[in-house]
Design a protein. Structure first.
Length: 252
């Protein structure tokens, strides 16, 4: 971007305000659409738990407004998901004019791929980890102890877990971008593989239920993603030609 093309600070603030207004409007529309189907959305979200529970068992709510506010939160989360393409598009329109051409080539694929990896991680947690983890927790039930999970409690737990798995699956993209920027190298990633494995199992022990199966279900994919990161770093790492091109761009 040339010096003459730079906008004053107030113009940036005005543009940011407009982008945020469009994003908030998209979230609002997504919220209204989601609220119309709030029971169905929450039913889909609770399906792994309901499948693991005994026949006839149901979720409960312990406070009068709990169900109402739970449905509001579910609708808001669903609305944000529905509005994600608009939010990402507005983000791209805001930052793209201030980037060099090579930076634009890197940012747009990164935004798209980050959405794909995050969704893949959340789906992995929902379809594979949730059923096993819930069976473990419900296994403590007995003739004198009966599980009565509440709507609010389940929504908080499931949303945190889905967020954790979604962020964990961003690992290959983050490390590949770091390699592209020259922050890490393939040799560095290979050398520190054993420390990465230790960190992965520590993260899995914190984020998953306290049973070995659930921890392995999270740690093993992270290990595979780390290996995928090494492959991505090898393919997209900065090469001497890239550094020469950057020096020429800075010189002009």
């Amino acid at each position: 971007m040339d010096e003459d093309d730079k906008l004053p600070f107030t113009a940036h603030l005005e543009e940011l305000r407009n982008r945020l207004m469009v994003s908030f409007a998209a979230v609002g529309i997504g919220f209204l659409i989601s609220y119309a189907f709030k029971e169905k959305i929450f039913e889909i979200l609770t399906l792994p738990l309901i499948s693991a529970m005994e026949k006839g068992d149901k979720l409960i709510f312990t406070g009068l407004p709990e169900a109402f506010f739970t449905y509001l939160k579910v609708s808001l989360l669903s609305g944000i998901i529905l509005a994600a393409p608009v939010i990402l598009y507005e983000f791209w329109l805001f930052v793209a004019p201030g980037l060099y051409r090579k930076e634009r080539r890197l940012l747009l694929p990164a935004v798209i791929l980050s959405s794909i990896f995050f969704t893949g991680g959340a789906l992995f947690g929902y379809f594979l980890v949730f059923p096993i983890g819930f069976k473990f927790f419900l296994g403590f039930a007995s003739e004198t102890v009966r599980p009565l999970p509440s709507m609010r409690e389940y929504l908080g737990f499931s949303s945190k877990m889905l967020l954790a798995f979604g962020l964990a699956f961003e690992l290959p993209l983050v490390l590949t971008i770091m390699a592209r920027l020259g922050i890490v190298t393939v040799d560095y990633l290979k050398k520190n593989r054993k420390y990465a494995v230790l960190i992965f199992f520590s993260i899995a022990a914190i984020l998953t239920p306290p049973d070995v199966v659930s921890q392995i279900l999270m740690a093993v994919p992270l290990m595979l993603l780390y290996e995928l990161s090494i492959i991505g770093a090898r393919i997209f790492s900065r090469k001497p030609s890239d550094e020469e091109e950057e020096e020429l761009s800075d010189g002009t």
